[in-house]
Design a protein around this ligand. Structure first.
Ligand SMILES: NC(=O)c1ccc[n+]([C@@H]2O[C@H](COP(=O)([O-])OP(=O)(O)OC[C@H]3O[C@@H](n4cnc5c(N)ncnc54)[C@H](OP(=O)(O)O)[C@@H]3O)[C@@H](O)[C@H]2O)c1
Length: 349
């Protein structure tokens, strides 16, 4: 790296915004110089606009920094977006038009034909879409997205199975309350309870997974043919989405080969030695009662996806459990890894 790169956060006061601040603390390439949020927070000290809600303590001096207005042209060229989806669409476009590289968590642009939807271990080559996006829109900047939090976990667990002819998948999620932002689900609704509905979540998992696993050809992504059926549930867990998965593969295979595929799985972040890359993107756990959010969500700083309980499924062929940290691997950590990939590919030169 020739020098440090200034970065900003749109939506810095939310759950994911705070996780961004945490991920960027002591980052070897990025210096966080700009915090932006809504008119509600603009001009206020961070500590007044957004009480700190993460277990890890906030960076020194954060509380006294002033929250800025989310106005394009202000702030650094590289901005992370943790904006509420209700406003992210237009704001992110305005920033990209003004020359910013917007690395977004929001759902708004994930399925746009020219917007990369990245999990760098799975589809780093899809970043090339951003060039056609700039040409098509005439923007000086670009928008690059990471998937929905449960989709990141699922697509990482499915990626090593692609060579075996991945045909169909049924996934049932048990999703943490931090996935609903702050204040999120009322405690009266979720304590001692499970809620079998998360608005729009099943549709996102079913389509985003196919784009991520898809193939880039002729300047567009050909969706993967896998059929995905998702059931989503909110459960009284703070952090970490657990997912039970059944898959049908196109060829007979032994459990040992599947397990070896999970364990051997690596991608561009590991090859490039990106700072946020976990050494092993997927860790297979032998204990029959793992993975569990309390013990496994924070593996390698929350960037590793855990897999366990691989066994035959009488309906589809194979089944297993997977788990990942929803606001780190599923949101802020994923976006920081995307930004590291962008920088390593020379987009900030
Ligand atoms: N939580 C997760 O696990 C997760 C995972 C993946 C993706 N995501 C996505 O990431 C985004 C953020 O999620 P979250 O859970 O952090 O939500 P959140 O806690 O509700 O935070 C939303 C942020 O957006 C800001 N905002 C709202 N309206 C704005 C406006 N008009 N102009 C500028 N800023 C505005 C808010 O600022 P104020 O505080 O000033 O209102 C706040 O900083 C969402 O799009 C969400 O779907 C979340």
């Amino acid at each position: 790296m020739a020098g440090r790169i200034e970065v900003g956060i749109l939506g810095a006061t939310g759950m994911v915004g705070q996780q961004f601040i945490s991920q960027l603390r002591n980052h070897p390439w990025f210096t966080l110089t700009w915090l932006a949020a809504s008119e509600r927070s603009e001009g206020r000290k961070y500590v007044e606009a957004a009480p700190w809600r993460l277990e890890a303590s906030p960076p020194d001096g954060l509380g006294s920094r002033l929250v800025q207005a989310a106005v394009p042209g202000r702030g650094p060229r590289l901005v992370f977006s943790a904006l509420d989806a209700g406003v992210a669409g237009e704001i992110e476009e305005a920033f990209a038009a003004a020359g910013h590289l917007v690395v977004s968590n929001a759902r708004n642009h994930r399925l746009d034909a020219t917007v990369p939807l990245l999990v760098p271990e799975v589809n780093a080559d899809h970043l090339a879409l951003a060039a056609s996006q700039r040409a098509a829109k005439g923007w000086g900047g670009a928008i690059v997205t990471n998937p929905n939090c449960s989709t990141v976990v699922l697509s990482m667990a499915l990626a090593p199975l692609r060579p075996f002819g991945l045909r169909s998948c049924i996934v049932t999620t048990m999703q943490a309350v931090s996935g609903a932002g702050y204040p999120g689900v009322p405690s009266f609704d979720i304590l001692g309870n499970a809620i079998p509905f998360i608005s729009g979540e099943e549709e996102k998992i079913e389509i985003e997974t196919r784009k991520i696993l898809g193939t880039l050809a002729g300047g567009r992504v050909e969706m993967h043919a896998v059929a995905v059926s998702a059931h989503t549930n909110r459960v009284p867990v703070l952090d970490g989405h657990t997912e039970t998965v059944s898959v049908a593969l196109g060829q007979p295979i032994e459990a040992a080969d599947l397990r070896a595929a999970f364990e051997a799985f690596r991608g561009a972040p590991q090859e490039l030695g990106l700072p946020s890359a976990p050494p092993h993107p997927i860790v297979y756990l032998d204990q029959p009662n793992r993975p569990q959010p309390r013990f496994d969500a924070m593996r390698d700083g929350g960037m590793t996806v855990s897999v366990g309980r691989l066994r035959p499924c009488p309906v589809l062929g194979w089944k297993f459990v997977t788990l990942g940290h929803n606001t780190i691997r599923g949101a802020a950590g994923a976006a920081v890894l995307n930004a590291e990939l962008i920088v390593s590919r020379g987009w900030m030169d």
